[in-house]
Design a protein around this ligand. Structure first.
Ligand SMILES: Nc1ncnc2c1ncn2[C@@H]1O[C@H](COP(=O)(O)OP(=O)(O)OP(=O)(O)O)[C@@H](O)[C@H]1O
Ligand SMILES: [Mg+2]
Length: 225
C-alpha cells in the first residue's frame, strides 16, 4: 500500500472581512494524497482551490479540521516547525512562476536548497543536475526576464524539486502559458511522476491538463463535489 503524504479531514477556513462580512472559503473539505499520486483539483473560480493549496502547503492554517503531513498532526506543531516541515517536504509551483528577478536560474534553484538546509556544494551540484534534466543547462546563468515563460516555469519546477519533496503542490502551473507550452510542462510533470514516483497535486482550469492527471478531485462552494 502506498504511503499517505497528506490527509486532510473536514477542513474549514473563513476570511473575516468585517463583523458582518465573513467569507467561508472552505466548508469541510476532505482530501488524501498518497505517494505516487498525480491528481488535479478542479472547480469554478472562487470555490476555494488556492485557499486549500495554501493550507495543505502549510502557508496558512485551517480554522477547523484535521491535517496530517505524513504522521505529523499540524495542530501539534509551532509555526517555526511548520516552516521547516514545508521546506523539506513540500515543493511549490505557482502560476506566475514567482522567481526572484535579480537571481539567475541556477541561483533561484540553489536558494530553495539553502532553505531546505543543503550545503552549498551539494545544492549547486543538485541544482545543475536538475536544470540539466529539465533542458536548461545552457540557460543556468540567465535571469528570469531573459527566459521564455516555459523556461521560467521549468526553473520553478527545478526549484520545487531541489529538496526532494514528498509532494509538489502546483496552483495553475500552466495558467500563464500557451497551450503548446502547457502541454510540454505537463509532459515534464508526468515524466517526473512516472520515472521518479514524484507525487503531484495540482490545480487547473485547463481540461487537457486535468485529463492528463490520474485522479480528479472536484470542489464546489468550498466543499468536495
Ligand atoms: N485573503 C482573502 N481575504 C478574503 N477573502 C479571500 C481571501 N482569499 C480568498 N478569498 C475568498 O475566498 C474564496 C476562495 O478563494 P480562492 O482563492 O481559494 O478560490 P479559487 O478556487 O482558487 O479561485 P480561482 O480559480 O479564481 O483561482 C473566494 O470567494 C475569495 O474571494
Ligand atoms: Mg486560485
Amino acid at each position: 500500500m502506498s504511503k499517505v503524504i497528506i490527509s486532510a479531514k473536514n477542513i474549514r477556513k473563513s476570511y473575516k472581512l468585517s463583523k458582518k462580512n465573513i467569507i467561508e472559503a472552505l466548508r469541510g473539505v476532505n482530501i488524501e494524497v498518497k505517494e505516487g499520486d498525480f491528481s488535479a483539483i478542479v472547480g469554478p473560480s472562487g470555490c476555494g482551490k488556492s485557499t486549500l493549496m495554501h493550507i495543505l502547503g502549510l502557508l496558512d492554517r485551517p480554522d477547523e479540521g484535521e491535517l496530517f503531513i505524513g504522521d505529523i498532526n499540524i495542530k501539534t506543531i509551532k509555526d517555526r516547525q511548520a516552516h521547516k516541515l514545508r521546506a523539506k517536504k513540500i515543493g511549490f509551483i505557482f502560476q506566475g512562476f514567482n522567481l526572484i528577478p535579480t537571481l539567475t536560474a541556477l541561483e533561484n534553484v540553489m536558494l530553495a536548497g539553502r532553505y531546505g538546509g543543503m550545503k552549498k556544494k551539494e545544492r549547486k551540484e543538485r541544482a545543475l543536475k536538475i536544470l540539466k534534466v529539465l533542458g536548461l543547462i545552457d540557460r543556468v546563468n540567465h535571469k528570469p526576464n531573459e527566459l521564455s515563460g516555459g523556461q521560467q516555469q521549468r526553473v520553478a519546477i527545478a526549484r520545487a524539486l531541489i529538496n526532494d519533496p514528498a509532494v509538489i503542490l502546483a496552483d495553475e502551473p500552466t495558467g500563464e502559458l500557451d497551450s503548446k507550452t502547457s502541454l510540454e510542462i505537463i509532459e515534464i510533470l508526468k515524466k517526473l511522476n512516472k520515472d521518479n514516483n514524484q507525487t503531484f497535486l495540482l490545480v487547473t482550469h485547463n481540461t487537457d491538463v486535468a485529463n492528463a492527471c490520474k485522479k480528479i478531485i472536484k470542489l464546489k462552494d468550498g466543499k468536495n463535489e
